[in-house]
Design a protein around this ligand. Structure first.
Ligand code: HEM
Length: 393
């Protein structure tokens, strides 16, 4: 088949249960694969890693002429990105220490136990709705200081924002109205919560942002709103896929599930392997500031370059036997959290949640079976994961 239609075939909903054969085709056709819509696909590990570290590549959609307001720092370039990232990381604790995340460990275990209480043998449950979704939402709400009762409110906003951020072929440069509207409403809601805490801070991140005494370190209202939206969504939409993909992968590999039950100390390595083998984030977009030669292909300024992180994770030039799920895999420098200046800093939190969730699920999964395989998937190709994962205990 024609490699110029790969992005269209990957994003086609029919490919959601198993995009990996298309990623193999992409690596074969690569390293740089021009698409019929003018974008470029990259699926080989070393080229992706190099481009994530290349200052000639922009993360800002405005670089491709998109008429939009200033994006959150996930999609800004340095030096602006660096300033906001540094400020937004401060309430997480001092750099290179788990800080606040460590303090959440006991609470994460408690939330996990509470969610698992009703899981009795003989019952059918949905891993997504009953477990993998409520856990990270509860945790990020607690960290930010957002009332958990408001969750249904921002779930709708979050859905609209994530849908607008998906990678699509022939993506028009028109801003997505529903996504923008949702971002504004959610930002306004979070800013309002922060304002209520000005002068009477609690032990949460919105309070820390709203009560920063040093004017040089203070976020503007717009920055505070964008940053809080980013953190809430990042904490909402990714960890759920890591936990769900974890349960699905273990149920598909009963011998590995058995091994983990016998050797629970392997769990942290198994979570790294899940981030490689079934990562929650499949692709990220970058845009060259000026014309650039990538591995012999001239990519024009402003073009959309789609880095398929999940394909890099299955590249046989980097990982031995990449399609095998090996919870004890050595040398596992996956691209699950990205790399370079935008590398995820929620990683330590996501890992603690995944250890607690999968550790608590392990004893219960031994006699469980999947009700549907493959399960129904969510629409999104970039943030890929099951919509539901019904299992029989
Ligand atoms: C399993 C869960 C998670 C995965 C797989 C994940 C993945 C990623 C990836 C791949 C990026 C890089 C994006 C790019 O290069 O364009 C990223 C960035 C980011 N993530 Fe995560 N993430 C997870 C959880 C979290 C959590 C829990 C938080 C916050 C509480 C978070 C906050 C962020 C932020 C703020 C950025 C932007 C960093 C920057 O632009 O400098 N993430 N994440």
């Amino acid at each position: 088949m024609d490699s110029a239609t790969l992005l269209a075939r990957i994003t086609d909903y029919a490919s959601r249960p198993n995009p990996y054969p298309l990623y193999a085709e992409l690596r074969e056709a690569g390293p740089v694969v021009p698409q019929a819509d003018g974008s470029y696909l990259i699926g080989t590990y070393h080229h992706i890693a190099a481009l994530l570290h290349d200052p000639r590549m922009s993360a800002d959609p405005r670089t491709r002429g998109e008429a939009t307001h200033k994006p959150p720092f996930l999609r800004l370039d340095d030096p602006e990105h660096h300033r906001l990232r540094t400020l937004a990381m401060r309430p997480f604790g001092p750099p290179h220490s788990p800080g606040r995340v460590d303090g959440m460990r006991g609470e994460i275990d408690r939330i996990t136990r509470e969610l698992l209480e009703p899981f009795e043998a003989g019952r059918q449950i949905d891993i997504v709705d009953d477990f993998a979704y409520p856990l990270p939402v509860t945790v990020i709400c607690r960290l930010l200081g957002v009332p958990h009762e408001d969750e249904p409110l921002f779930r709708a906003w979050s859905d609209a924002i994530v849908a607008a951020a998906d990678v699509r072929p022939d993506d028009s440069t028109e801003p997505d109205k529903a996504g923008d509207q949702a971002r504004m409403e959610m930002g306004g809601y979070l800013l309002n919560l922060a304002e209520q805490r000005r002068g009477k801070p609690g032990d949460d991140m919105l309070s820390a942002f709203a009560n920063e005494p040093d004017p040089a370190l203070r976020l503007t209202d717009e920055e505070l709103a964008e940053t809080a939206v980013l953190l809430l969504i990042a904490g909402h939409e990714t960890t759920v896929n890591l936990i769900t993909n974890g349960a699905l992968t273990l149920l598909r590999h009963p011998e590995q599930l058995d091994r983990l039950r016998r050797e629970p100390e392997l769990l942290p390595r198994a979570v790294e392997e899940l981030l490689r083998y079934e990562p929650p984030v499949h692709m990220r977009e970058r845009i060259p500031h000026a014309d650039i030669d990538i591995a012999g292909t001239l990519v024009p300024a402003g073009a959309s370059v789609v880095l398929v992180l999940a394909s890099g994770n299955r590249d046989p030039m980097r990982f031995r036997d990449p399609d095998r799920f090996d919870p004890a895999r050595p040398d596992n420098q996956h691209l699950g959290f990205g790399s370079g200046i935008h590398a995820c800093y929620g990683g330590p939190l996501a890992r603690v949640e995944a250890y607690a969730a999968l550790g608590a699920l392990l004893p219960r999964l031994g006699s469980a079976r999947l009700v549907e395989d493959p399960p129904p998937y969510r629409q999104n190709a970039m943030l890929r994961g099951p919509r539901h994962l019904p299992i029989h205990l």
